[in-house]
Design a protein around this ligand. Structure first.
Ligand SMILES: NC(=O)c1ccc[n+]([C@@H]2O[C@H](COP(=O)([O-])OP(=O)(O)OC[C@H]3O[C@@H](n4cnc5c(N)ncnc54)[C@H](OP(=O)(O)O)[C@@H]3O)[C@@H](O)[C@H]2O)c1
Length: 324
């Protein structure tokens, strides 16, 4: 089969398309014929060996996919050949087939085609739990989303809006701000041109109830300084590269809650929240919730797709059509 291979750690343009042996489903595993895969920012970090977990080379890039079950390994009872599934793994998604533990798969909910299913799980589960389980968002709350035009950001706009919150989308360019408005943000801030803290205070009056931060760097402290008393600040990632150090006196003065969110370990620590979230997310999908997919590329263009995400050139989700 064809696969996008990372043979040395580094920039995404080092990734090459190779013919590799088809995978086989071992005990407890499911073999999936991938129809679509999506790019997540951690794919860039994993390729560069800058992620929390090192994936040794050579490996197949890509961490999220959707497709049909081709075969199941010994002991797998909850999936059968032909089932439509979506899933995630530390690598292997930018390929024609993948073998993964059955626990890494979810049935594709009614309402999502393969392209949108491939782009759904990581960002929407991250958005949902960042906002609800960790951010305790309520209808009417002011929610500031940093990096709002990205994959996690656009999912946060969608989920927060559907939960009745008012989203302030913070982004780097007016074009990205316009895209966020079309997705439901009621206000936008172009943080490369405007004073983020002053604008959040001006829009909200009392400050933000919730901040979701997948960006880090200097934007984090500016947003934190504009949080309301008792506000929740959810740390999701550091796409900007620098890990901010926020003075604890600000946390004291604002009676704020700072919480870190990590989807990778959520099921281990909060299995009940994951199950409750699964039901609620399915309900939202049944009501029309789906990711914003702005580009679809063939497998050969996987290095280009990753380069565009790394270079801040994309909005929403980028999908790789592994069948093209
Ligand atoms: N904790 C978790 O469980 C979890 C789950 C998923 C993702 N994440 C993390 O969340 C972050 C966002 O992921 P994503 O998939 O949404 O990525 P994405 O689609 O690439 O969006 C990231 C956004 O960050 C902004 N940004 C600011 N400085 C940047 C820089 N120097 N390079 C790249 N982007 C920059 C960009 O928006 P502007 O240009 O508008 O600023 C971009 O739209 C990543 O750090 C990822 O690792 C964490």
């Amino acid at each position: 089969m064809r696969a996008a291979r990372c043979e040395v750690h580094g920039d995404p343009d080092k990734i090459v398309i190779r013919e590799v042996p088809d995978p086989v489903a071992g005990p407890g595993e499911v073999l999936v014929g991938i129809e679509a895969a999506s790019v997540n920012y951690p794919d860039v970090l994993i390729a560069a060996d800058r992620y929390q977990v090192t994936v040794p080379t050579p490996f197949t890039a890509g961490s999220e996919f959707a497709g049909k079950v081709l075969a199941v390994g010994e002991g797998v009872e909850n999936f059968t050949a032909g089932d439509a599934v979506m899933g995630s793994a530390f690598g292997g998604a930018f390929a024609e087939q993948i073998a993964v533990p059955a626990s890494a798969l979810y049935p594709v909910p009614d309402g999502l085609d393969m392209v949108h299913a491939a782009a759904f799980n990581v960002t929407y589960r991250t958005a949902y739990h960042s906002l609800t389980t960790f951010g305790e968002v309520k209808a009417g709350d002011w929610v500031v989303v940093l990096g709002a035009a990205g994959g996690v950001g656009t999912a946060c706009i969608d989920v927060a809006t559907r939960l009745g919150a008012k989203v302030i989308a913070a982004v780097s360019t007016p074009e990205r701000a316009e895209a966020c408005r079309e997705l439901g943000a009621v206000e936008t801030i172009v943080y490369d041109n405007e004073d983020l803290k002053a604008r959040i205070k001006e829009i909200t009056g009392k400050g933000a109830d919730v901040v979701v931060d997948p960006v880090g760097g200097a934007y984090s402290e500016q947003a934190f300084r504009a949080i309301a008393w008792g506000g929740r600040f959810v740390v999701v990632g550091f796409a900007q590269g620098d890990i901010p150090r926020i003075p604890l006196n600000l946390v004291l003065l604002k009676g704020a809650i700072v919480r870190g969110f990590e989807i990778r370990t959520l099921g281990t620590h909060l299995p009940e929240a994951v199950e409750k979230g699964r039901i609620e997310i399915e309900r939202l999908v049944a009501n029309g919730m789906k990711p914003y997919v702005s580009e679809i590329h063939p497998l050969e263009a996987a290095p280009l797709a990753l380069t565009r995400v790394a270079g801040r050139q994309t909005t929403g989700k980028i999908v790789i059509d592994t069948t093209a």
